[in-house]
Design a protein around this ligand. Structure first.
Ligand code: KIV
Length: 286
């Protein structure tokens, strides 16, 4: 049975009607290498997925939900159950984009077998088409293990937020020739192991260009380069929900301003008894 549901937005009820399978596929994403750049955004909820889906090739259920949704200090405390709940909501709210779900810290690093068990759990619970995991050469064996067993894997190199305790912060990576060479080697190892795509985050631009030229799969940049094969941002960042964001975020709107304005008007209307008005009330039957 399809895990895709339609949502009646007037009633907020999910209708368990299997949707026709019109989604983009992993082979289609692979085939986009070198073509029109791929569009990817994070989504964590059903309504956001519905709004983003028509415009995106891929939706990422990022473990950034730890900070964005739950106010956690980093992605480190995020659990498989949190990812599964949000991933299922995003799949229910989308019809077009490939949904990729992040493997949270601690759910895949110990061994390829641990990674398979966690990835299979996430894919069964959510209906997502692929998983993403952080790391380079050290994760190549795991990427090969999952890919050979029917689990498409997106890699993630450069600034890898799950390693914040080791990196010491979220600054750009690859500022020394040694570090730059390591990031390129990491990406190449993951690509050779079978990753269908690789996120390159927070690196000095020539590294992203070198990797994009070197690997056969599409690269998705975030704080990397417009020369990547696609781009990803956290949707709440690009919509202007936060005052402080990383340098690589462009704000395409000011949602926090719109929300503050609307809520201030609501508060005024409640306090002055202008709300609810006649249109929002149920008149008695004549
Ligand atoms: O968790 C996340 O949102 C991510 C992207 C920003 C690449 O990994």
């Amino acid at each position: 049975m399809s895990t895709t549901f339609t949502i009646d937005t007037a009633t907020s009820r999910a209708t368990p009607t299997p949707a026709p399978m019109k989604r983009l596929t992993i082979p289609a994403i692979r085939a986009a290498k070198g073509g029109t750049p791929l569009v990817m955004l994070t989504a964590y909820t059903v309504r956001m997925a519905q709004l983003l889906d028509p415009h995106c090739d891929m939706l990422l259920v990022g473990d950034s939900l730890g900070q964005v949704i739950y106010g956690l200090p980093s992605t480190v405390p995020v659990t498989l159950d949190m990812m599964a709940a949000h991933g299922a909501a995003v799949v229910r709210g989308s019809y077009h984009a490939v949904v990729v779900i992040d493997m949270p810290f601690g759910s895949y690093e110990a061994s390829p077998a641990q990674a398979f068990e966690s990835a299979a759990m996430l894919m069964k619970a959510t209906g997502a088409a692929a998983v993403k995991l952080e790391g380079g050469t050290a994760m190549a064996e795991t990427v090969a293990f999952l890919s050979a067993r029917g689990i498409p894997v997106m890699g993630h190199v450069g600034l890898t937020p799950q390693a914040v305790n080791q990196l010491g912060g979220y600054g750009a990576r690859g500022r020394t020739p040694e570090e730059a060479a390591k990031i390129v080697a990491d990406a190449t190892a993951i690509a050779d192991a079978g990753a269908f795509s690789i996120v390159i985050e927070g690196v000095v631009e020539p590294i992203a260009i070198d990797i994009t030229r070197a690997v056969a799969c599409p690269t998705i940049g975030i704080g990397a380069s417009a020369q990547c094969d696609g781009q990803v941002l956290v949707a709440e960042d690009m919509l202007g929900m936060f005052e402080r964001t990383a340098r690589f975020v462009k704000r395409f709107d000011d949602l926090s301003g719109h929300i503050s304005g609307a809520v201030a008007t609501y508060a005024d209307d409640v306090r002055s008894r202008a709300f609810p008005g006649a249109e929002q009330l149920y008149p008695p039957r004549p």
